[in-house]
Ligand binder design. Sequence first.
Ligand code: ZN
Length: 285
Amino acid sequence: MTILYVHRVVPDPCGIQAVGPDRCNAISLGAFEELLEHLGNCLCDWRTVLDGMHGARPDAARVGLTFDDAYADFEDVALPVLERHGIRVLLFVTSMFAEQALVPYEYAIAELARRCPDVLLPREFETCGEVEGAHERYRCIVGRMKRMRPRTRARFVRDLLNLNGVAEQQMTTPRMLSWPRLKHLVDHPLVDIGVHTATHPYLPALNAREAWMEIAGAKRAVERRLGRTSTCFAYPYGANGRRDRWLARMAGFENAFSTSPNSKGRMAIGRIDVRDWIGGARRGG
Ligand SMILES: [Zn+2]
């Protein structure tokens, strides 16, 4: 039994930026279509796969799909393909992305790495400026930012863009699904909605109160906005500790998903990156 996680499906492989999160997270429409064809009858409703995982005799061949972050291209590009196959999937929403109050900060850093070969960085990040290659510089910076608290991170990104003379309007960030679009999707027979925190933080770096707000606060926001109970949660970056798993359960989630294939149990359900899966299939593994 396998549950895959997908971030973005973009219409054209050329639309995948060579620098930044797309290079790690996006697949082309062609690759997505090929994957679904290849899976054929093994492709299942995510709920069937989940039930099977916790059942006595799991059917190893079955594969279910989940989508993280709720990019607009889920509805525009991936959903028509899913409709053709009649496959029900789980979409994880980050409430502040849906609010259109925030975009994944990785795109701002990618823009900076692309535009500024001599990017100006604060002292503790200076060694990232010496890294060869724009994508590698991007990875160095976001790697060090990962554990920042959400508010510090937002201020840091703003200051960094200012310092390097990049206007926020110049950035090419992907669109995220807004509440009205999600409200429309909630009635779609092939889409279930899960929760993916409020601001997409690295949960283990937060104190208990902050983590609770990210988990329980986002659950409340999603349910209030969409008028539907949501019992599934996904940890951003798959990062979770015992405390985060406990908080997710206390908030009322019945299933919580990680991004590690080896996770076990209802509060840390293992998933595999669709790109690794495709790579494995190509290699025949
Ligand atoms: Zn995410």
